[in-house]
Design a protein around this ligand. Structure first.
Ligand code: 13P
Length: 254
């Protein structure tokens, strides 16, 4: 079954109203020029920009996503945003369990699992992030760490329609360093095996597994042409429309 390549931008904590809207408009214009792209586009701006970015994307085949979510539909949770609020703001996707949230907010696999399950309830697709630290890689624990993260943070009712996995080695994020293509394919294939055990082969074969960590126009083809890589989750390079679009074009998948 063909998995449609997903080119996703995680803007992280970047963008004020004017530059966020300009970026979204520039991405929208480029995607419109592509006509019927063979891949799917997604941008995940900070919460404050969701509604204005949604407007700026009007008429373009670019989906909207958020970067985090609370697992409750509403209530006394100061500072949090619920899945229904994201849906209401026009989101189709939400990123959960990004390594920056696992590190900065001590998010556990259990919590991430609850967030993803709550996202499904609201009709959102969850992008569940996994990935090893440099110490874990150097200790030869990459596959074990990713396996434990998958088993703990992916809900039992995850499938190819409601879930995307993003493999992001922590040491490759924002550093310009990347694993080799062989290393990436090895991890992605191992992740798909774990998903098959947990969710069944059919679901695992339909589920997209993105690579993230210093993806740039220059390395897009190398990673995105691998058999088990179904797209990219892009941080820094998603903040420049030209780079974001060049990644898609260079990937050979769009
Ligand atoms: P960079 O592309 O800046 O390395 O960030 C990757 C990332 O964390 C996307 O979620």
């Amino acid at each position: 079954m063909a998995r449609k390549t997903l080119i996703a931008g995680n803007w992280k904590m970047n963008g004020l109203l004017a530059d966020g809207v300009d970026l979204a408009k520039a991405v929208a214009a480029e995607v419109k020029k592509m006509g019927k792209p063979g891949c799917e586009f997604l941008v995940c701006p900070p919460f404050t920009l969701l509604t204005s970015v949604k407007k700026a994307l009007r008429g373009a085949k670019v989906a909207l996503g958020a970067q985090d979510v609370h697992f409750n539909p509403k209530g006394a949770h100061t500072g949090d945003i619920s899945p229904l609020m994201l849906k209401d703001a026009g989101c189709q996707y939400v990123i959960v369990g990004h390594s920056e949230r696992r590190a900065d907010h001590k998010e556990s696999n259990e919590l991430i699992n609850k967030k993803a399950a709550a996202a499904y309830e609201a009709g959102l697709k969850a992008i569940i992030c996994i990935g090893e630290t440099l110490a874990e890689r150097e200790a030869g624990k990459t596959i074990d760490v990713c396996k434990a993260q998958i088993l703990g943070s992916v809900p039992d009712n995850a499938d190819g329609t409601n879930t995307v996995i993003a493999y992001e080695p922590v040491w490759a994020i924002g550093t310009g360093k990347t694993p080799t293509a062989e290393d990436v394919e090895e991890v992605h294939a191992a992740v798909r095996k774990v998903l098959a055990k947990k969710l069944g082969k059919g679901n695992a074969n339909k589920m997209r597994i993105l690579y993230g960590g210093s993806v740039k126009p220059g390395n897009a083809k190398e990673f995105l042409s691998l058999p088990d890589v179904d797209g990219a989750l892009i941080g820094g390079a998603s903040l420049k429309a030209d780079d974001f679009i060049a990644i898609a074009k260079n990937s050979g998948q769009c």
